[in-house]
Design a protein around this ligand. Structure first.
Ligand code: HEM
Length: 254
């Protein structure tokens, strides 16, 4: 008779689960405010409305950026499945494991499966890019930290207190040439911020579709594991590496 016993494994530690849901909520909020800013013209937003939307977006951005920074550090300290060695693609046997997974070999994984590593790495890169470009834009657009003080000093007219500058404020307070230079400096940041926004929309859609498909195909309680931290399998997961820091890709003789 086939062995149908199911084993419960502890996978995602508390910091990883907290990161995931804070990231989910803050990115959702950032997308909502970002879409309003992006369509500000069509929505007929006043300058005050635009400044308010940018300010709310930036506050959500701080939550998002701090949460992301903590996660990047936790990848050096967390359990075996939280670490860079379990996130980044590569390592011994990775290529073979990826090809086998894509072929639908039916393997079960506790942490990220080989294809999931590619998606998570791409998402992390896009999120880091959004955090960096967003923090620069917070300075150029509404003079908020960490760079807002420097930007305001750069563009304030002679004799004007930089801390008195407000978004969409009177042009007379600005040094016209310095303001033009600042707008030119800002341009690549807003372009990358927009481009990464659309990239992220695609990656998030893929991520959700892949999680749902993996759950339907292979079981393993992927979705509930992000709440409980545990996955349940009726077969031995490939990366079950008790006491080891880096999950193994050793697929045996196959
Ligand atoms: C996943 C994270 C993020 C997403 C999806 C996102 C999305 C967007 C979108 C769609 C826009 C409108 C772009 C446009 O009008 O051309 C925008 C603008 C902006 N974002 Fe973000 N953002 C993110 C993170 C951040 C962070 C971390 C900050 C800063 C703390 C930030 C600061 C800004 C600012 C200041 C603007 C206004 C730029 C403008 O004038 O349009 N963003 N963001």
């Amino acid at each position: 008779m086939a062995d149908t016993s199911v084993t419960s494994y502890k996978v995602w530690d508390v910091p990883v689960r907290l990161f995931h849901w804070i990231n989910f909520l803050s990115v959702l909020t950032l997308i909502a405010f970002g879409l309003v800013i992006y369509n500000g013209g069509a929505l007929g937003l006043s300058n005050e409305g635009k400044a308010l939307m940018k300010t709310l977006h930036v506050w959500a951005g701080y939550v998002f950026a701090v949460n992301l920074a903590i996660r990047l550090v936790w990848a050096f300290m967390g359990n075996a499945h939280a670490r860079w060695s379990a996130i980044l693609p590569g390592g011994r046997g990775y290529g073979a494991a990826l090809r086998a997974y894509i072929r639908g070999d039916g393997t079960a994984w506790l942490g990220h499966n080989p294809l999931g590593r590619l998606a998570v790495t791409a998402m992390l890169l896009a999120l880091i890019g959004q955090a960096v470009t967003g923090l620069v834009l917070a300075g150029t657009d509404i003079y908020y930290p960490p760079f807002g003080g420097m930007i305001a000093e750069w563009i304030a007219a002679d004799g004007v207190d930089p801390s008195s500058l407000v978004p969409y404020g009177p042009k007379e307070l600005l040094d016209a040439a310095a303001y033009q230079d600042m707008r030119a400096f800002r341009k690549p940041y807003i372009e990358v911020h927009e481009w990464l926004f659309f990239t992220l929309l695609g990656l998030i859609t893929l991520h959700i579709a892949a999680v749902v498909m993996a759950e339907i195909r292979h079981g393993g309680t992927l979705v509930s594991a992000m709440f409980t931290g545990r996955k349940h399998y009726d077969r031995t997961p490939e990366d079950k590496a008790e006491g080891a820091l880096a999950p193994s890709f050793d697929l045996g003789a196959s």
